[in-house]
Design a protein around this ligand. Structure first.
Ligand code: PL3
Ligand code: FE2
Ligand code: FE2
Length: 231
């Protein structure tokens, strides 16, 4: 008996797909743009790490260009107004923290939360992407692991003095991630990405990061599920 197809082929050119892509693509472009700005801001706050952080910012700019090309390839116009709104709360929290010189909060928002969100999204997207976008995304996700690693290493080296601020910043910002996922759930499904898989991958990446920084297993469980039950 012939094997059934594992999944129904995705029609990347359909109106339904391209409509969903106009929002998801915009989110990714906006996310990469804000990541670029956030690392430039961090370079000011951490002058000793300036060259490395400017290097990360440049990578984010290349990622943005790559995803813009993915949209053009499908003849999709990204809905940048939607994407700007999508990131507004997290972006506002980063800017407020930066203005107050709260480096730990800035690193938690950008290098842990946003990078883990990106890694989860890109990992889940790669198997269901069109050929052009798959190649681009595979290159990008490798870089995102190095950005996550930057945050982990800094926070690990400063763990004892950062712990209380990390707890507070996690409580304030992680619930925003669950809200953001709820907002993209329907569009992500059209692209072949399930919310449960995104949540699972995010929690694995984020939990591992917290553990590498120095939190106990008990703390990791508590911190990484913050606000999930009520989302
Ligand atoms: C930091 O380097 C990049 C920040 C980008 C954040 C992206 C979050 C994406 C969440 C939307 C879920 C679907 C993603 C689809 C992938 C093309
Ligand atoms: Fe990036
Ligand atoms: Fe990144």
């Amino acid at each position: 008996m012939p094997q059934l197809e594992a999944s129904v082929a995705i029609d990347f050119r359909s109106d339904v797909y391209r409509d969903a892509y106009s929002r998801i693509n915009a989110i990714v472009i906006e996310g990469e743009q804000e990541a670029n700005e956030n690392y430039i801001r961090l370079a000011d706050l951490l002058p000793d790490n300036k060259d490395q952080l400017v290097g990360l910012a440049k990578m984010e700019n290349r990622h943005k260009k790559g995803f813009e090309a993915c949209g053009r390839n499908l003849e999709v116009t990204p809905d940048m107004v939607f994407a700007h709104e999508f990131f507004a709360a997290l972006h506002g929290n980063f800017q407020k923290a930066a203005a107050e010189g709260k480096i730990v909060t800035c690193l938690l928002i950008q290098s842990l939360i946003i990078e883990c969100f990106a890694i989860a999204a890109y990992n889940i997207y790669i198997p269901v992407a069109d050929d052009f976008a798959r190649k681009i995304t595979e290159g990008v996700v490798k870089d995102e692991y190095s950005h996550l690693n930057y945050g982990e290493e800094w926070l690990k080296a400063n763990f004892e003095t950062s712990k209380a601020e990390l707890e507070a910043a996690n409580r304030e910002n992680l619930p925003l991630v669950w809200q953001m996922l709820n907002q993209v759930e329907d569009d992500a499904r059209v692209l072949g990405m399930e919310k449960d898989a995104l949540v699972e991958d995010f929690m694995i990446q984020y939990g591992e990061a917290l553990s590498n920084i120095g939190f106990s297993t008990r703390d990791v469980m508590r911190l990484s599920a913050m606000g999930l039950a009520t989302a």
